[in-house]
Design a protein around this ligand. Structure first.
Ligand SMILES: *Cc1c(COP(=O)(O)O)cnc(C)c1O
Length: 486
C-alpha cells in the first residue's frame, strides 16, 4: 500500500475524526467521577497488551480509540479527576485544550521572531497581561522601564519550572563570571560558584546545578522554620562565609510555596543578602504564584519581587492551562540571552540583525519551540480573570473548611496552617497509622492524597486545585479520611 497524502492531511477526514476525538474526550471528562483516581495496573500491565511490532498497514481511528478505552485508560492516573488532591494538581480547561489543538494544527515553530512573528509577539504580549494580573513589578514587563536604565525585562513561556530555573541559573553563572564559563567552560576547583536554596526548595535546584556544571556539592541548603520558610539570617551568614573563603555566591532560589507544605520564603530578606554579594535572585513560585491573581492573596506571594532577577510560576498547575506552560520573567534579558544565544549562518535574518525583535530560542535550552502562548491566551480570554480568581478563592476556602474539620477531630493534627489551598496533616497515632490511612484512602479510588516529610512526620497533603473539584468532592474526601482513620 502506497503512502496516501490525503489520509495524512485530509481536511474532510480530519473534520470527521477530529469530532470523534473531541467527543471521546468530552465523554472521558464526564465519566471521571466514576473512575478510580489512581491507575490500578501492575508494572508491564500496559505494554503486555501492546503488539510487539509497529503495524505495516494503516489502522482506523475506531481501532485506536477502542485500544485507548481498553488498554490506555486503565493505565492512567486521572489527573483531571475531581478527587485528585496529590502533589500539586495540573489543572486544565477546555479553552486551553482547544488552544493546544490549534497550536498542533498550525504546526508552526517559533524559534525566531522571523519563523512566525505571531508566535513570538502573542507570547510576549500574553505574559505582559499575566504580569499585570499577578501584580508583578514593571521591571518584568517587555517594554524597557524608565526606572531601570540599561536593563530590559520580559516574559517567556518554558516547558517547566525546572527548565526556567536552569535557564536563569546559566544566566546567573554568566553574569558572575563575565562570560568566562560560556566561552571557556566551568573551571572546577578554582573559585566555585555557589547556589543557595532552602532545605524545602524543589529538587530542580540540584538538577540545575548538576546540568550547569556548578556541581551538586555547591548547593547550600539553608534551614527553614516550622512553617517551611527559609531562615534569611542563616542564608546571609552562609553567603558571607563563602565570600570570605574566596567562593562566589552566584544564585539564590527563594521558594514561594514549597512543595512539602506551601512555605513562603521571606523574599525581601533573602533579596538583601543576595544583593550584598551580587548574586542572582530567582523566585520559584511554581504552584503558589497563580494565587497572586487574587489581590487578597497577592501580598506575600509577590513581596520582594521588585528585587528579584527572575520570577517564575506554572500556569499549568493552578491557572487552568493544561500542562506544559511555565511563565518566566526576567528583569534584565541581557545575561539570559548572552548565556543562551548562538547564531549560526542558517538562522541569520534581517529582523534579528535589527535587534528590534525577540528570538525566544535565545531564552531557553532547545532551539525549537511550540506555540504555547495560544493556550494561555485562550484561557485568559475565554475564562476571564474574574472567574479565574473565583476558582482560586473557592479552592482556598475549601482548604480552610477541610482544615477546620480536621481540627475538630482529636485524632488528627494539622501540621501547619493551610497554605492557600494546601492542607498538611497527620494522625496523632504516628507515622505508621498515617501511612496506613493514606494507603486506604488512595485504594478507595475516589480520592488521591500524596505525602511529604513535614516537621519530621509522615504528612498527608490535600492539595486542592482540580478544575472539576467542587466543595462536595472535598467534603467527600474528608468523609473518606475520617471514616478510614480507624
Ligand atoms: C511543581 C514545582 C516545581 C517543578 O515544576 P516543573 O514545572 O514540573 O518543573 C518546582 N518548584 C516548585 C515549588 C513546584 O511546586
Amino acid at each position: 500500500m502506497e503512502f496516501d497524502p490525503a489520509a495524512a492531511f485530509d481536511a474532510e477526514r480530519f473534520r470527521r475524526e477530529g469530532r470523534a476525538v473531541i467527543d471521546w474526550l468530552a465523554d472521558y471528562w464526564q465519566s471521571l467521577p466514576e473512575k478510580p483516581v489512581l491507575s490500578q495496573v501492575e508494572p508491564d500491565g500496559v505494554r503486555s497488551q501492546l503488539p510487539t511490532h509497529a503495524p505495516e498497514q494503516p489502522e482506523s481511528l475506531d481501532a485506536v480509540l477502542a485500544d485507548i478505552d481498553r488498554i490506555i485508560v486503565p493505565g492512567l492516573t486521572h489527573w483531571q479527576h475531581p478527587g485528585f488532591f496529590g502533589y500539586f494538581p495540573a489543572n486544565a480547561s477546555s479553552p486551553s485544550i482547544l488552544g493546544e489543538l490549534l497550536s498542533a494544527g498550525l504546526g508552526v515553530q517559533g524559534m525566531l521572531w522571523a519563523t512566525s512573528p505571531a508566535c513570538t509577539e502573542l507570547e510576549t504580549h500574553t505574559l505582559d497581561w499575566l504580569r499585570e494580573l499577578l501584580g508583578l513589578p514593571e521591571r518584568f514587563a517587555s517594554h524597557a522601564p524608565a526606572a531601570a536604565p540599561g536593563t530590559h525585562g520580559g516574559g517567556v513561556i518554558q516547558d517547566s519550572a525546572s527548565s526556567g530555573l536552569l535557564c536563569t541559573l546559566v544566566a546567573a553563572r554568566e553574569r558572575a563570571t563575565a562570560l568566562a564559563t560560556n566561552a571557556r567552560g566551568v573551571q572546577q576547583g578554582d573559585r566555585p560558584l555557589v547556589v543557595y536554596a532552602s532545605v524545602d526548595a524543589h529538587s530542580s535546584v540540584e538538577k540545575g546545578a548538576m546540568i550547569a556544571g556548578l556541581g551538586r556539592d555547591w548547593v547550600r541548603r539553608i534551614p527553614t522554620n516550622a512553617r517551611g520558610e527559609m531562615d534569611a539570617a542563616a542564608l546571609a551568614r552562609t553567603m558571607d562565609d563563602d565570600a570570605r573563603a574566596g567562593r562566589v555566591p552566584c544564585f539564590v532560589v527563594a521558594t514561594v510555596g514549597t512543595t512539602a507544605c506551601g512555605g513562603i520564603d521571606p523574599v525581601p530578606g533573602i533579596a538583601t543578602a543576595a544583593r550584598r554579594h551580587g548574586a542572582w535572585l530567582h523566585v520559584d513560585a511554581a504552584w503558589a504564584g497563580a494565587a497572586a491573581v487574587c489581590p487578597e492573596y497577592r501580598g506575600p506571594i509577590v513581596a520582594g519581587a521588585e528585587q528579584a532577577d527572575s520570577w517564575g510560576f506554572n500556569p499549568h498547575k493552578w491557572l487552568l492551562v493544561n500542562f506544559d506552560c511555565h511563565a518566566l520573567w526576567v528583569a534584565d534579558r541581557g545575561p539570559l540571552i548572552r548565556a543562551l544565544a548562538t547564531r549560526p549562518e542558517y538562522l541569520r535574518n534581517r529582523a534579528t540583525e535589527t535587534g528590534g525583535v525577540i528570538d525566544y530560542s535565545d531564552w531557553q535550552v532547545p532551539l525549537g519551540r511550540r506555540f504555547r502562548a495560544l493556550k494561555l491566551w485562550m484561557t485568559l480570554r475565554m475564562i476571564g480573570a474574574e472567574p479565574l480568581r473565583q476558582r482560586i478563592r473557592d479552592h482556598v476556602n475549601w482548604a480552610a473548611e477541610f482544615a477546620g474539620w480536621l481540627q475538630a477531630d482529636p485524632r488528627f493534627e494539622l501540621l501547619r496552617e493551610p497554605s492557600l489551598s494546601l492542607v498538611t496533616f497527620a494522625l496523632r497515632a504516628g507515622d505508621e497509622a498515617t501511612a496506613a490511612l493514606q494507603e486506604s484512602v488512595n485504594r478507595s479510588g475516589s480520592a488521591f492524597l500524596s505525602h511529604a516529610r513535614v516537621a519530621g512526620r509522615h504528612a498527608l497533603r490535600l492539595a486542592i486545585g482540580g478544575t472539576l473539584t467542587d466543595r462536595e468532592t472535598v467534603a467527600n474526601a474528608w468523609d473518606l479520611v475520617r471514616t478510614r482513620a480507624g
